[in-house]
Design a protein around this ligand. Sequence first.
Ligand SMILES: C[S@@+](CC[C@H](N)C(=O)[O-])C[C@H]1O[C@@H](n2cnc3c(N)ncnc32)[C@H](O)[C@@H]1O
Length: 229
Amino acid sequence: MPEGVKVQGMFSQIASRYDLVNRILSLGMCVAWRNRLIQRAHEAQPKTVADLATGSGDVAFALRQTLPSTSQIIGYDFCVPMLDLARQRATQEKANVSFATGDCMHLPIADASVELVTIAYGVRNFENRSQGLQELHRITQPGGQVLILEFSQPTLWFRPFHFIHVRCILPILAGLLTGDFKAYRYLGTSIRDFPDAPGLVEELKAAGFAKVSYESMLFGTIALHKAER
Ligand SMILES: C[S@@+](CC[C@H](N)C(=O)[O-])C[C@H]1O[C@@H](n2cnc3c(N)ncnc32)[C@H](O)[C@@H]1O
């Protein structure tokens, strides 16, 4: 089975508890990490935003609260149960955010049409990262920006603690909360196999981006990359 289909199925299974488990596992810190991305988006003041791998829409709704009402925000994901949750939330909160089905390997978005592309905890799951990053580049307007929030590799001294957390505590705790031990074992492996922050800088440059920089959080375990087309 292709990796993308497996990831799609896994997120469909954990969709209903995804947000709660995230908050518990990160001890609420995921909100502060997300807010860093929102702050950078606010500085850019884009007129059009595509929030890719939007999941239940956390980033898209936070963007709605900070950007002018004239900015268009569309969230894309290839997991329909996640999008269902996002749409329910948009109705409940009367938030002007649209959601659409879209695979980051082949997005249903025109070339050079988006001023700001955001993606939180999505790139790590790409079946083919090089293809996905090129797709992000394709849809970004010249002069536009991409903001990528993702797990990263911690500084040396923090690695043993991180290893125990990601490989042992996290899969067990998340497995108990969701009943899906396999999904969270995958999370540990995907974090382990993801490049460090300078490595992702190189991959973004190879995809065609310029002015690539990053900010590290929590001893390097989380990174926010910013890149321009
Ligand atoms: C860890 S969740 C992150 C959700 C959200 N961005 C957040 O910050 O809470 C990852 C999401 O990425 C989506 N995803 C993974 N690979 C994708 C792809 N190739 N195309 C579209 N969505 C993808 C999954 O369906 C899932 O909803």
